[in-house]
Design a protein around this ligand. Structure first.
Ligand code: NAD
Ligand code: ZN
Length: 342
């Protein structure tokens, strides 16, 4: 089968002909139809310091996908050949303190497909059946293929926020931030202010329902005028840029909530006393998707048609054009980029 491989400890990927994966008794073989390309794949492609510290080539890259089940191991009872599925790409141990208290999303033994083991930019992938997620008939493979980043957005927007009626600032309109705009809108936020430095992405945020889509320097006045000077109830920090993180903490109201998804490239300074404690705010660190509350919520929003992520997908490529897919993301103008594999 074809597989996009991180072949050596250096920049680039190689499209190779490799053996189809063998499945264990508790695993499922999935024929990949659509797969999302993400910033993580760019880190792997460029072989930056994070990738060098974390990954051991050779391995197949890719962690966002959907497809249909080609074969199931003999212990698998709840997934059948022909099922249309996607999957949670974080493989957790199921046995640690966190897994056993309903917090598997922060399992310290997590292995990520396409990072710590073979991933989904290939004709087939083997997955533990416990990670497989059935796609509703109404949900196409293309949308199934982006459940991972959409799930990040659902997790960030909805955990602990009681969204109906809330005022929201979303800092960063990458694919996840733009998904979050649509999710907050569907969940009943009364005012959504989105910020980014990129006009193409601000336009996508407007398409997905942002009331205001502004440059970062315009965020403060947009927030003040939308909230009678109070500050927003909730900020979703989705850029990872230090100045946006300071802005998130400044523009949330006293007693509000900041949901932090964006990952700063390096350590940064905060005034914990003035930016967090004396404002009485709650800061929530987002890791992946809650298993499987986030997945249930996501399926229900998609099935009902309350939330349609289709406009966020701006680029589609065959697997052979992987260099173009990576360039589209690096260019910074793209929404979501997907591979059409089979
Ligand atoms: P992205 O890089 O495409 O989006 C970030 C956006 O922030 C860009 O559009 C950029 O123009 C914008 N930006 C830059 N400076 C800004 C500023 N000062 N104010 C507002 N916006 C600004 O990334 P993405 O794929 O949408 O992911 C968003 C972030 O979430 C990234 O940092 C990514 O690493 C992180 N992430 C975290 C998790 C998790 O589990 N915590 C999972 C996936 C991604
Ligand atoms: Zn665990």
């Amino acid at each position: 089968m074809r597989a996009l491989v991180k072949a050596t400890a250096g920049p680039g990927f190689v499209l190779e002909d490799v053996a189809q994966p063998q499945i264990r008794d508790d695993e499922v073989l999935i024929r990949v139809r659509r797969a999302g390309v993400c910033g993580t794949d760019v880190h792997l492609y460029e072989w930056d310091a994070w990738a060098q510290g974390r990954c051991r080539p050779p391995f197949t890259v890719g962690h966002e996908f959907a497809g249909d089940v080609a074969a199931v191991g003999r212990f698998v009872t709840d997934v059948r050949e022909g099922d249309r599925v996607t999957a949670e790409g974080h493989l957790v141990c199921g046995r640690c303190h966190l897994c056993r208290t309903g917090n598997a999303h922060v399992c310290p033994n997590t292995k990520i497909i396409g990072v710590d083991r073979d991933g989904c930019f290939a004709d087939y992938i083997a997955m533990p059946s416990t990670n497989v997620w059935q796609l509703d008939d109404a949900i196409p493979f293309e949308i199934g293929g982006i459940h991972d980043p959409m799930g990040n957005a659902f997790h960030t927007a909805l955990v602990g926020t009681e969204m109906p009626g809330k005022t929201v600032l979303i800092t960063g309109c990458g694919p996840i931030g733009i998904f979050a705009v649509g999710i907050c809108r569907a969940a009943g936020a009364s005012r959504i202010i989105a910020s980014d430095v990129n006009e193409t992405r601000l336009a996508l945020a407007r398409t997905m329902g942002a009331h205001d889509a502004v440059q970062p320097q315009g965020a403060e006045s947009a927030v003040r005028s939308a909230t009678n000077g109070l500050g927003v109830d909730v900020v979703l920090e989705m850029s990872g840029v230090p100045s946006a993180i300071h802005q998130a903490l400044a523009l949330v109201r006293v007693g509000g909530r900041v949901q932090m998804l964006g990952i700063p490239a390096k350590a940064m300074e905060l005034n914990v006393a003035t930016e967090i404690i004396f404002k009485g705010i709650t800061v929530y660190g987002v890791v992946g998707r809650r298993m499987y509350d986030t997945w249930i919520q996501m399926t229900q929003f998609l099935r009902s048609g309350q939330f349609d992520p289709t406009p966020v997908i701006t680029h589609r490529f065959p697997l052979e054009q992987f260099d173009d897919a990576i360039s589209a993301i690096k260019g910074g103008e793209a929404g979501k980029v997907v591979f059409e594999i089979g």
